[in-house]
Design a protein around this ligand. Sequence first.
Ligand code: ADP
Ligand code: MG
Length: 554
Amino acid sequence: AASTESRPFEADVAKLLHLMVHSVYSDKDVFLRELISNAADACERLRYEAIATPALLGDDPKPRITLAIDPEQRRLTVEDNGIGMSRDEMVEALGTIARSGTKAFLDRLQAAEGEAGANLIGQFGVGFYSAFMVADRVDVVSRRAGSDQAWLWSSDGKGSYTMAAAAPEDAPARGTRVVLHLMADAKNYTERPELERIVKAQSGHVPVPIAIIDKPGEAPAEVADGAALWTKPKSEITPAEYTDFYRSVAGQFDEPALTVHYRAEGRQEYTALLFVPGTRPFDLFDAERKGRIKLYVRRVFITDDVEIVPRFLRFVRGLVDSADLPLNVSREMIQESPILESIRKGVTTRVLGDLEKFADKEPEAYNKVWDAFGAVLKEGLYENFERREGLLGLSRFRTTAAPEGWCSLKDYVAGLKENQTAIYYLAGDDIARLQASPHLEGFRARGVEVLLLSDPVDSFWVTMAPSFDGKPFRSVTQGEADLALIPRSDSGSDQKPADDVPTADFVSFVKTTLGDAVSDVRVSERLTESAVCLVAPTSGPDRQLEKMLAGAGR
Ligand code: ADP
Ligand code: MG
């Protein structure tokens, strides 16, 4: 028709589609999770907009998602009565990728295989386009809530799409209908038991009821009730239900390492259902990536764009449902709200507390969490002064005694040598090189354990003069080593030469020779085999930080 307009996809979309269609993902089922999650988002956005404009709900106030199957036509339809899309919104949402970091994502997708690829799709939320993994044509008919005009978007996923006005009788009264013309090898998605199994497994806990219709005109049968899992008592929720919920809320395919579910009463009333993922999400260090905790107010989804936990907990996924925040308040105002501030405090304390208990009870499992997220948690050591003590307690370190294992500071302090008053560390780029450092000789000779710090963040927090259990952190490359009082445990001896004069002469000879290149030259117990080593002054940056700052051109 004359009113049908054809447009090319944005270059990144075309590339993404090509990758998705041509890589063989082991788990194509994810497309359904993505479409259902979009439908649920649309219902939640409508519920939110209807707070200010109740008329948007018309005479159809109950959110619903309906899946219709047609095996003869090999067609699967996913329909919602949510917010819908205007023409411009469709062009924007289904023809471009607005998200930042798309390029990085595409590169990773190209490199990943199988489940890892599918996992990436979920995490990045390029969800809609995953429909083209199973369909060779996708039609989207949508009507924005409050609008008379519906629009039809259609594409074979091969570089372009068409847009046209849709006749009222071909469109939902409100919301969006996604029609998938399935490829021959995706026929299984029109088999009811199969579809039901997938929906229950992937989307059983989305907060909107989901029904399946077998034949046109037939009444829909509910497969998921849309009840908010987090409002149920803990004792009524199985581990499998928690895992399903985690997967749908976090877009991950793994098991959560830790589940934190509680209801706060008192100053603030809210429910939190939070998860520490079992594996590290690929974009953990992406600076633009905000936290992934959703904010609800009395079961109405408000936003996932406010900071509910500090940055050093940005790997935590899940949601917080507040009973106290007003519903009709802008997102900007929520971010500034003292109620949110107090929730943030409470949630942070609770998550850190639960991590601590977890570390006590299941040290092995906790070490895996530390493997994945330790570098992020350590950012809190310099960003957040009040939490430092707690975070130090959670921190785990490679040490000279156990370069492959993880040592807590509690254990370190328990193993202090006679007269040892400080927690010694050596910072650098990699553990193997640190272990070979001559700075460690004198410490080894006394059996004094030294923390080996190889994360870039380490050089920053250690300069903030932290202490643990009253013991200050001291760099072994800095200042005097103070080792004289600690007896040697090897066969060597510390006995100074009977006559100190030659040493003093030697020191002044070295001083004159080196001139301004060094600020001081000292005799030290730090070394047992090497003749000399460089150390930094007691105050100021240690050697590793000096190197990093020099590298950054500062
Ligand atoms: P994301 O959900 O992470 O934004 P998607 O690729 O899944 O990414 O969807 C892109 C956008 O398309 C959504 O943000 C939304 O604006 C729009 N969209 C997709 N499906 C629907 C729907 N059923 N109803 C309304 N808008 C939708
Ligand atoms: Mg989506």
